[in-house]
Design a protein around this ligand. Structure first.
Ligand SMILES: C[S@@+](CC[C@H](N)C(=O)[O-])C[C@H]1O[C@@H](n2cnc3c(N)ncnc32)[C@H](O)[C@@H]1O
Length: 259
């Protein structure tokens, strides 16, 4: 059953439409390269200090891209629980993977989340509007010394080869790392901050196709006219350029529950 848009979080209807439409191409667009996913995941594994006995929840885990990459690196003794409001995203997780998919919105799930030792939220926290409540609930579910890791693009360091309206949307929508630290501390966590900068080097036509396919939710919230104008601007700017090179800066914010 489709979730009630009002319960999903910020811009519920737009976000629902975005992920329902994107589900089929999410992995094609967002799995930039094995090197990118590998380096992002190595840092996740290190910061979460994942151990075989951990009980891991991947909140807003979508198609399970990062849970699957984690499983390639750590032999977890228990399946990972991947939580996402949209079944269209969860359906992309291979049936044979040791992953339990749960269709639920983050705050609603957190209200009765099972006891766990590690939580990952990768590029999902900006969709949740009741973040303070979410972190308080998750603090309650985590074991002593448990960890929560938020990974997301830093809105102060957005450098996509997009166009002004999209870039402004990104700066407004992505989660501010300082705010996340404050909220985690407010919920009782000790917070630590780190960063990861990846230098993308992608064929221009591939990136243009991703933008046409509205590969990020900040593009879905633009109307058709803004999108067409933006794409025209990109095609003129990038004419004669085979590849686009730009950096993506991810903020990694860790919350540790006291022992
Ligand atoms: C950019 S995707 C990231 C997916 C996955 N974590 C990854 O990195 O590949 C954001 C995910 O957050 C999910 N999402 C959106 N609103 C949410 C909410 N209120 N609670 C939990 N997940 C949500 C979306 O369905 C989507 O799968």
């Amino acid at each position: 059953m489709a979730p009630d848009p009002a319960s999903i979080g910020i811009d519920g209807k737009v976000i629902q439409e975005h992920y329902e439409n994107l589900a089929d191409s999410y992995n094609e667009f967002l799995y930039w390269s094995p090197d990118f996913v590998g380096q992002m995941t190595d840092k996740i594994v290190n910061m979460l200090a994942l151990q075989p006995d951990d009980l891991l929840i991947d909140l807003g885990g979508g198609t399970g891209m990062y849970s699957l990459a984690i499983l390639e690196r750590v032999s977890l003794n228990n399946p990972i629980t991947v939580v996402d409001p949209f079944p269209e995203m969860l359906e992309k997780i291979p049936d044979e993977a040791p992953i339990i998919p749960v269709a639920a919105e983050a705050v609603e799930y957190s209200e009765k989340a099972p006891v766990c030792s590690k939580i990952l939220m990768k590029e999902a926290v900006h969709h949740v509007d009741r973040k303070a409540e979410l972190f308080r609930n998750l603090h309650g579910s985590l074991r002593e010394s448990g960890r929560i890791l938020l990974v997301h693009v830093d809105p102060h360091k957005v450098e996509y080869p997009l166009f002004d309206a999209a870039l402004e949307n990104a700066r407004q929508s992505f989660a501010n790392p300082d705010d996340m630290i404050q909220l985690l501390e407010g919920a009782g966590f000790e917070a630590h901050r780190d960063e990861f900068v990846y230098p993308h080097d992608v064929p221009t036509d591939r990136y243009h196709r991703m933008v046409e396919g509205r590969y990020m939710s900040i593009l879905t919230s633009l109307d058709e006219e803004q999108m067409q104008a933006g794409l025209d601007e990109m095609r003129v700017r990038d004419a004669g350029t085979d590849r686009l090179r730009f950096t993506e800066t991810f903020s990694y914010i860790l919350g540790v529950k006291a022992a």
